[in-house]
Every structure is written in C-alpha cells, then in structure tokens.
Design a protein around this ligand. Structure first.
Ligand code: E4P
Length: 217
C-alpha cells in the first residue's frame, strides 16, 4: 500500500520524506489556502521534494476549463496529477486529459456508481472521501470495499486513493480492503508511529541497560 501525504505544508512533507514514508502528496484548494502562498510556487516546491505523484486541483467547471487548467498544471513538474471533480463535465475532461497523457485523480467521490463512471472514463486515480461520509452517518469504508470489488470484477487499472482520512484505523481498514493508496494528514501519520507499550518498553530497556553499563548513551 502506498502512503501519500494529504497536505500542502512543506515542513510536514520534508519531515515525512526524511522518515521514508511518503510515496506522493495530495493537495486541494483548502489545504493550499491554509499555507497562504500561491499554488504555482508551492506546488513546484512540493513536486521537487517528492518523487511520486503530486495532486493539484483548480477551479474550472466545464470540460474546456478543466482541460486548460490541467494543461498548465501538468507543465509545472513531471509528477503532477490533476484533480478533476466527479461531474459529467469532469468525466469528459478526464477522457481528454488521459488521452493526452495527463494523469487525473477524480475527486469528491462519494458513491460506487460515481467510482464506476470515473474508472470507465479512464482516470488514473479515484479518491473516495471516507471521513466526510462517516461524518454524515454513512459508511465510508463500505464505499472503499465496493470500489475494490467493482474494479477487480472488470480489471480496471484505476488506483483507489482513500481520502478524507481522520484516524489511523481508517488507514488500517483501507489496507484490509486492499486499497492501493491512503492519503494521510500529517497528524494522523504521527499517530500511526506511536504506541504507549512501545514507549514504556523503550523506557524500561534503557533503564535496565543503564543499570548494567552504568550510563545511558
Ligand atoms: C484529498 O485528496 C482530499 O482533498 C482530502 O483528503 C479531503 O479531506 P477532508 O475531508 O478532511 O477535507
């Protein structure tokens, strides 16, 4: 399973890259706005830090607008993937862009029927927003399981990026479902490293080491 970082914060990305756990990055206009910098400069910096795909989103709505934006973004770096909203116009844009060799990530996917249409359009990636479904008393992980089953039934190459992740169990459940990728906020990733028994174990072993050796390193 690949881990993408769901952030536009350069410091968070640098830290996770150093830890060797980042296979890509996803951004959206809300994450970019949090950083208070222009998308162009920020995305170029992020795309240089990470070898894998970096998803960028514009604000076009028609097929023409979405294609024009994507053509601009795709020139920023070779690893750019363009997010396209799950709409009829969006799916037209996905067909055009994928034919041109520009990879797309269909975003704001909330149902299996949307996921099926996005895969039939030829999207490289599709992002089910599981946290937002859970927030609304719907079964986010059920959507991921349905998608994996449907894509397997028909041999689609589209990769599932489980998005809108709220906690480590979301990542574990996504892995159980066989999702290709989880895009993880930095605070959730930090929680994934930790376990109180690990901390307690390290403390005890260090104390006992020091008892014999007479010192800590
Ligand atoms: C990533 O591609 C999505 O934009 C992101 O995971 C959405 O997360 P949110 O529901 O916490 O805003």
């Amino acid at each position: 399973m690949k881990f993408f970082l769901d952030t536009a914060n350069v410091e968070q990305i640098k830290r996770a890259v150093k830890a060797g756990v980042v296979d890509g990055v996803t951004t959206n206009p809300t994450l970019i706005a949090k950083e208070g910098r222009s998308q162009h400069a920020l995305i170029k910096e992020i795309a240089a830090l990470v070898k894998g795909p970096v998803s960028v989103e514009g604000n076009g709505t028609t097929c023409d607008e979405l294609v024009k934006e994507a053509e601009v973004y795709s020139k920023w770096a070779p690893n750019i993937v363009v997010k396209i909203p799950m709409t009829e116009e969006g799916m037209k844009a996905v067909r055009v862009l994928e034919k041109k060799g520009i990879r797309t990530n269909v975003t704001l996917v909330f149902s299996p029927s949307q996921a099926l249409i996005a895969a039939k359009a030829g999207a490289s990636f599709v992002s089910p927003f599981i946290g937002r479904l859970d927030d609304n008393s719907m079964d986010g992980m059920g959507l991921v399981r349905d998608m994996m089953q449907i894509y397997k039934n028909y041999g689609f190459n589209t990769q599932v990026i489980v998005a809108s992740i709220r906690h480590p169990l979301h990542v574990v459940e996504a892995a159980r479902a066989g999702a290709h990728i989880a895009t993880i906020p930095a605070d959730v990733l930090a929680k994934m490293w930790n376990h109180p028994l690990t901390d307690a174990g390290i403390k005890k072993f260090r104390e006992d080491f020091a008892k014999v050796e007479g010192k800590y390193l």
